[in-house]
Design a protein around this ligand. Sequence first.
Ligand code: A3P
Length: 327
Amino acid sequence: LRTVPPLQLGERYFHLFPNERDPVWGVSGIHVPMCRPPPHANLGQGEVVRSAPKFLVIGPQKTGTTALYTFLAMHPGIVANYPSADTFEEVQFFNGKNYYKGIDWYMNFFPVPANSSSRYLFEKSATYFEGEVVPQRVKALLPHVKLVATVIPASRRAYSWYHHMRAHNDPAALQYSFHRVITAGDGDPRPLRNLRNKCLVPGMYAKHLERWLDYFPSWQLILIDGEELRNDPVYIMNELQRFLSIQPFYNYTEHLRYDKRKGFFCQVTEGDKTKCLGRGKGRVYPPMDESDAKLLKEYYQPYNVALEKLLTRLDYPVPRWLEEELQ
Ligand code: A3P
């Protein structure tokens, strides 16, 4: 029998099994093949124990997730994560580099039980939806969490993202027209391709949902129609409260009102005023060219067919916009 020192052994192991290099944080500590520390090694005596979120708003971006987050945070029984200064207030733990900061880093975004025990903690990170590794990671750490996803017509989402990037002075979005972006080919410059992907990929809803459903049963996931959220948020918030079994039932009718100037529903504040989302939400931009709308309709056709099939199979309601797209 031959052996080598632990470090070399580890290096050899990960050379043989490179797929296992990534840690997967789990409910009972850290699951890394071959090196498994004691369960919850990080929780020492007297240390603050934080509660895990009961549900996640997973996105995708530009489908109304900020409105949803804001309306949820108004509920007296619901507590949102502390905002993260680095990532536009979202925690963005399960995708990207933050995951390597570990469980404690994540849990520090949630209040301690003293003021949250009977309340529903949640976080919204709109980048989770299309992240390849996200469902697996969420399942390992939060197997019972409920998931809230929002969908709008994929072409509208793509166009909204394009204008979002222009408003943020993204050089590619400023340089290229929307038509050029959505028709970019694999030989085009990388910034243009990246922008194309960020416009188009999240809208392949069925593909991403299937990935979540590989890890979670359908009853743990609700699909919100972002168009309905925009036009009738009270109805959606009632549906969501029922799905999450949240007590007390909050009467949103008294707390949300359509604001003519903003053109959206806003929060009713003291003195019977309204507080709307900021300028970056509900932007004003010219309507999409008809030819681009037609092109995107064809592009998304197979994804929309798959989405309708998936929703019907799961006995989920089919959004009206999806029925219209498929007519
Ligand atoms: P536009 O700015 O393109 O109109 P997200 O928060 O996921 O980034 O989504 C932003 C989109 O939310 C906005 O896109 C807007 O259409 C939509 N939205 C839905 N309800 C809204 C509300 N009450 N106030 C502002 N925007 C809302």
